[in-house]
Design a protein around this ligand. Structure first.
Ligand SMILES: [Zn+2]
Length: 107
């Protein structure tokens, strides 16, 4: 059976987003890391998750790592709206899980 991985709860705790998943896992994403791994074409170019490939240079400004809101889009992704106005990044649930695993490896 193909079990769809979905968030059951999303909470902003300080400077981190905490996501509880329907398979019992929990992920924590510091906002800055989430923004730096924004998967949209503008931010990522040809890059891989967590900087395995050099990414295009980006300029972060005040508000870049500040979250205004986050929406569940189409039941497969989260779309954050950042305080600097950037909102084109669709973080698919699978992408978030992969990112979460990468963050754990780095600790
Ligand atoms: Zn982006």
């Amino acid at each position: 059976m193909d079990v769809r991985i979905e968030p059951t709860n999303i909470a902003l705790i300080g400077q981190e987003i905490a996501i509880a998943w329907n398979d019992g896992e929990e992920s924590f994403f510091p906002l800055e890391i989430l923004r730096r791994n924004c998967p949209c074409a503008v931010c990522q170019g040809e890059a891989d998750v967590m900087g395995m490939v050099e990414r295009p240079e980006r300029h972060f400004v005040e508000g870049s790592f500040e979250l205004k809101s986050i929406q569940n889009v189409g039941g497969y992704a989260l779309q954050p709206l950042w305080a600097d106005g950037h909102s084109t990044g669709l973080f698919s649930f699978l992408y978030l899980r992969r990112l979460s695993a990468e963050l754990l490896k780095k600790q």
